[in-house]
Ligand binder design. Structure first.
Ligand SMILES: [Zn+2]
Ligand SMILES: [Zn+2]
Length: 404
């Protein structure tokens, strides 16, 4: 599938015959099918056609079943008639002429100012807990039956050397590239952007342009994560329904990959409700400044993990009724050690194909905004993720007053 399909979203409807996620997936299929019809249309025009056709089917369908039925007929006929719209019907009605098709995006702003309407839209975007589990979200505190503790050794996240975890603070030599290699189409080689060295280089530099005294590792399984601190269930905390965007910055410590900063932003007011440097359990090895934006002097202001949890797991902030918005939020919730059910993850919702879209690209495609041009910033990332969702559901990103 081409990268152009990202940003392809079903048009707004007051009443939905089908779930947002179903409509979203089928729209991608429809776009692909139109692409195979050899129509004389560029990608943006094909997108508009797909959105318009999908909207017609959604409007004409009374139930998810009829929606799926009409859609399968449309997909079949498109291929059969090779995109000749004069012969194609949507829910029994002729499409007439493809040239008359518009973008189909008519958003009534009295609707999008209504908080209940927006809450409904957000509820439609919640991701099924089974899908969350597939994306490495920890959803329960049950140890797998077949769990064997083989955590004595770890492979270094930076240089891939195998080392004994208990010896992590002993001096050694870790040679690595701080940035991931990227493929250069012209020279057909992989190059490290940090130093320009290529993987085919014969120089010692190919092993890495940076040296450190310790190796580093990451934990991502529940049995490993709980050893440092067990997960807290938000289902035990009652409170008001709210919508929060959150993002963490992480660093390598003697105990793995840990949270060092947490930002929480309110969806309806765009206000930052919490932004704090967090003291990890382990000794800091690498603040990962290039990505975390955290410098060693920032750590003077750090607050211990348990104090942070006391302040955020409350009836006014994160509770069982909160909708949490994030990009690849499993990474954040796993370093926060939180089990939560109501999640909107933009990396799951808007990725097409096997590889997850980066927040940087998603933000650029959706909002035409550049983020992460230098060091990352959890405040900027939380706001960008929230604004992507606002844009996708047709809400102005500057809106702070709502009709209830
Ligand atoms: Zn390098
Ligand atoms: Zn290493």
């Amino acid at each position: 599938m081409s990268k152009h399909t990202t940003g392809l979203m079903p048009a707004e409807l007051k009443t939905q015959s089908a779930q947002f996620q179903d409509r979203y997936k089928i729209l991608q299929k429809l776009y692909d099918q139109l692409g195979r019809c050899r129509l004389k249309a560029d990608a943006p025009r094909l997108k508009r056609m797909a959105i318009e056709l999908e909207l017609r089917v959604a409007k004409a369908s009374a139930s998810p079943q009829s929606y799926r039925f009409h859609m399968s007929v449309l997909l079949r006929d498109l291929l059969k008639e090779k995109g000749n719209f004069k012969k194609i019907k949507v829910a029994g009605k002729p499409v007439i002429s493809s040239t008359k098709m518009t973008t189909g995006k008519h958003i009534d702003d009295t609707i999008t100012r209504n908080k209940n309407y927006v809450m409904q839209k957000l509820a439609d975007m919640l991701i099924d807990p089974k899908i969350l589990e597939k994306h490495k979200y920890i959803m329960s505190r049950i140890l797998p039956d077949d769990y064997i503790d083989n955590s004595e050794y770890a492979n270094c996240e930076r240089c891939n050397t195998k080392f004994k975890r208990t010896e992590i603070m002993l001096d050694t030599l870790c040679t690595y590239h701080p940035q991931k290699k990227i493929y250069n189409k012209d020279t057909k080689t992989h190059v490290f952007p940090c130093c320009g060295e290529s993987t085919t280089s014969t120089s010692f530099m190919r092993l890495g342009c940076k040296k450190a005294e310790h190796h580093v590792f990451k934990n991502d399984s529940y049995p490993e994560l709980r050893k440092i601190s067990d997960f807290l269930k938000t289902s035990l905390i009652d409170g008001k329904e709210n919508v929060l965007a959150l993002d963490c910055e992480m660093a390598f410590t003697s105990k793995g990959f840990e949270m060092v900063r947490l930002t929480i932003v309110d969806f309806f007011t765009s206000k930052t409700l919490f932004d704090q440097i967090v003291e990890p359990f382990g000794e800091v090895i690498d603040l990962n400044t290039l990505f975390s934006g955290i410098h060693s002097e920032d750590m003077d202001k750090a607050v211990p993990y348990l104090d942070v949890m006391d302040r955020i797991l409350t009836s006014d902030l994160i509770n069982r009724n909160s909708i949490l918005i994030g990009h690849g939020l499993e990474n954040d919730l796993n370093v926060m050690r939180i089990i939560h059910q109501k999640i909107i993850d933009t990396a799951i919702l808007f990725s097409v194909g096997r590889y997850k879209i980066s927040l940087k690209n998603l933000t650029f495609e959706t909002l035409s905004e550049k983020i992460q041009t230098g060091e990352h910033d959890s405040s900027q990332d939380a706001i960008a993720t929230m604004n992507v969702i606002k844009k996708k559901i047709g809400v102005s990103i500057n809106q702070v007053k709502w009709d209830v």
